[in-house]
Design a binder for this molecule. Structure first.
Ligand SMILES: Cc1ncc(COP(=O)(O)O)c(C=O)c1O
Length: 396
């Protein structure tokens, strides 16, 4: 339960009623789109995580959505944090989180960022090659290093393996041996199967490899005790999540049997994707007709687009769902939704069927909390949406 309730929070009872809440917000004369953030979802995701993976401590990946209310809610619930940079560390520490609840999980770090982590007493970070290990040695040689190895899912929305993770067979031993010769502490291993993973066995393959590196690391003298299973967990499908959790739990039991290990994860989208619904307004429309005058398509122009929150179309490859508020049963027409900029790349979705909507109507997009807010830009002068926070009153 969050102890620090944001000043501007809107409380509701029972099930969240999107249409009614939009009406209450009285957005008729507001030009900008609006994020509706239901912190209740973040809270319940935390308890779902605890239920399915009680032995895995979540370190929320701040990069996914760095909204301070999200971070504060998770901090108050007892989560820890995966930070990718000095500024993320600053943000999390500034919200009252102690440095031992942070892992600096970007394997490539500028020296100034390593110096900052040292100054702030953040001791854990990941690394995947000798150059970076040596850089850490020079600036913060007595910190705890976690070796990130490559072990990828066959299917993931955003694979990360081209960029990060040493080869467990070819390269890991060299990093571990160098660390040993420099007298550095390698305290564990980490991997990331890819964000938006739909290949559950990927976790088992990675945990198996992790256990072998653990054994080798211990053999050459590293006091390995941390297994970091990264992210990849879905944000909008709790059944899929519970299946992944079973694979993780069984694999840790199987491959780390008899080994004293602390397991952590770095979930990003899991906590925030479903917490956000983006509310947009149709401010213009245009009809495309065939030569014989028959209506071919209706084009709608809305107040957020691919350069704003919908940048996730490009970067996160998401499938867009549209909620409209017309009664079921009305006739539908082939439709296309455009974002507001003058760029024709700014297309949100095409070839969907919608009722005949009017200028001034609202439409909403669920599951918009992951990799959207921090990456939105005000290109063409269109403001990025503000956020209104909601919480079910019986969660307090
Ligand atoms: C190191 C690291 N950890 C965790 C995450 C979060 O991943 P996800 O949102 O799939 O849980 C990412 C995403 O890019 C990452 O790079």
């Amino acid at each position: 339960m969050p102890t620090a309730v944001p000043q501007s929070i809107n409380f509701y009872k029972g099930k969240f009623q999107l249409k009614e809440e939009i009406e209450k917000l009285n957005l008729k004369n507001v030009d900008e789109a609006l994020n509706i953030c239901d912190l209740t979802t973040v809270v319940s995701k935390f308890y779902t995580w605890k239920k399915h993976m009680p032995n895995v401590t979540p370190y929320y990946a701040v990069k996914c959505n760095d909204d301070p209310y999200i971070i504060k809610t998770l901090a108050d619930l007892g989560a820890s944090f995966d930070c990718a940079s000095k500024n993320e560390i600053k943000l999390v520490l500034g919200l009252g989180v102690s440095p031992d609840r942070i892992i600096f999980a970007n394997p490539m770090k500028a020296t100034s960022h390593i110096e900052y982590m040292k100054a702030k007493n953040v001791t854990d970070s990941t690394v995947d090659n000798e150059f970076e290990l040596y850089k850490i040695y020079k600036s913060f040689g007595d910190s705890n290093v976690v070796l990130r190895f490559l072990s990828e899912a066959e299917n993931a929305l955003c694979p990360l393996g081209d960029k990060f993770g040493c080869d467990a067979v070819e390269d890991a031993a060299a990093v571990l041996l160098l660390a040993e010769s420099l007298n550095m502490n390698v305290t564990g291993v980490s991997f990331h199967v890819g964000s938006g993973c739909s290949d559950y066995p990927a976790y088992e393959r990675a945990i198996c490899t992790g256990s072998q590196l653990f054994k080798f690391g211990r053999l050459i003298g590293h006091y390995m005790k941390l297994l970091d299973i990264g992210g990849g967990f879905p944000g909008d499908n709790d059944d899929m999540f519970s299946n992944i959790a079973k694979v993780v739990n069984n694999s840790v039991d199987k491959y780390f049997k008899g080994i004293d290990v602390r397991v952590i994860g770095e979930p990003g989208r899991y906590f925030v994707a479903a917490a956000y619904t983006l509310v947009c307004k149709i401010y213009s429309k245009r009809e495309i007709r065939q030569k014989d005058g028959k209506l071919e398509k209706v084009m709608y122009f809305i107040n957020d687009g691919a350069y704003g929150t919908f940048n996730c179309l490009l970067y996160d490859h998401i499938t867009i769902k549209v909620i409209h508020f017309e009664n079921d049963g009305t006739e539908t027409f082939k439709s296309l939704i455009w974002g507001p900029t003058c760029d024709a790349l700014d297309k949100i979705c095409d070839n969907l069927y919608l009722p005949n909507l009017r200028e001034g109507d609202f439409i909403a997009f669920p599951n918009m909390g992951a990799y959207t807010v921090p990456t939105a830009s005000p290109f063409n002068g269109f403001s990025v949406p503000k956020t209104r926070y909601f919480l079910r009153s019986d969660f307090l």
